[in-house]
Ligand binder design. Structure first.
Ligand code: MG
Length: 325
């Protein structure tokens, strides 16, 4: 079945679309009430985020827009030390979209939500003229129990850890668009288990960010600027998959400005670095984690090259790769 403007009418067709695809995929007692808003138990402090997903292509190696829409929002909550609890799912669907694709996307969202331990408690569907495109907005709510990690908390001597190989999502999307055949897969993943492992290990985390659009270089610069410190990074210590490394070289890309969707940077107290690394490595999606540098007095991000040189790393300037997420 192809989606038509009638599916966005708010009438019978809309009802059927929602019941058949979305409500059945996300099924839970809160959503099943089908009220105008969800009423959920709360916490003293909550983290809130929202993100819109316009990735092109909708299906790519390693995932699709649905998995991305859950992981992106869940990860942003986790980065503040929050436990993700609830998300919303708003679809903007262009006329001509395929029902089968919508089903796959909704199923992926449901699966990622289960993995992340969040409930989809509210949603919306709009259908517009167009060419079968699908766009998703997800908002998320997480509970803050104790931690409230902030970029400005990075301190001199802190260790800088990345949770795995850089550039995978970016390289997978670009490979698809350029029709380059390789085995590069997007790393899109919810990092709940990893963050929980760090908390369980009692690691003193000062700041945490996920490495998404803009890449590692942009995230590190934002952390350094917010905390008034300087970050020094060993280029050779940054994990990169061999396939991605070859791809980056072939196309003359910069790994420091390539996006991921399942990787984080943790800035932790120096004494806790080993424990933090072990906790990340022992958790799902963290096996290739590495300590890549240290925080110093100063400003900006400096890359130490394998030949002993020093390079300043800037934030991503310009458009980068459009519609990567
Ligand atoms: Mg983020």
């Amino acid at each position: 079945m192809k989606i038509t403007l009638a599916h966005g009418s708010g009438g019978q067709s809309t009802k059927e679309l929602i019941e058949k695809i979305f409500a059945s995929s996300y099924k839970n007692p809160v959503l099943d009430m089908m009220e105008d808003s969800a009423v959920v138990p709360g916490a003293a402090e909550i983290a809130v985020t929202t993100d819109s997903f316009v990735v092109d292509p909708i299906f790519f190696k390693g995932g699709n827009i649905g998995r991305l829409a859950v992981c992106g929002t869940v990860n942003d909550l986790l980065m503040r030390g929050a436990t993700p609890k609830y998300i919303t799912s708003a679809f903007i669907i262009e006329e001509g979209a395929d029902e089968k694709e919508l089903r796959l996307i909704a199923a992926s969202m449901a699966q990622a939500a289960r993995e992340a331990g969040v409930l989809v408690v509210a949603g919306d569907t709009k259908v517009i003229n167009g060419n079968g495109g699908i766009y998703i907005n997800t908002a998320g709510v997480g509970f803050i129990e104790k931690d409230n990690w902030q970029s400005r908390n990075c301190q001199k001597e802190d260790a800088i850890i990345v949770s795995g190989s850089m550039g995978d999502h970016h390289a997978a999307i670009l490979s698809h668009r350029m029709n380059i055949k390789n085995d590069i897969s997007s790393d899109v993943a919810p990092l709940c288990q990893m963050v929980a492992a760090l908390k369980e290990a009692g690691v003193e985390v000062h700041a945490m960010r996920d490495v998404t659009r803009g890449g590692l270089g942009t995230v590190l610069n934002e952390l350094a600027e917010a905390s008034g410190t300087g970050f020094v990074i060993e280029e050779a210590a940054i994990p990169v998959n061999p396939q991605v490394k070859a791809f980056v070289k072939l196309l003359g890309l910069d790994i420091m400005h390539m996006g991921n969707e399942g990787k984080l940077v943790a800035v932790v107290k120096a004494e806790d670095a080993e424990r933090a690394l072990a906790a990340i490595k022992g958790s799902k999606y963290g096996e290739n984690a590495a300590v890549i540098g240290q925080v110093f007095d100063g400003a900006g991000v400096t890359l130490l090259t394998p030949l002993g040189g020093k390079k300043k790393v800037g934030i991503l300037v310009g458009e980068g790769l459009p519609r990567i997420c």
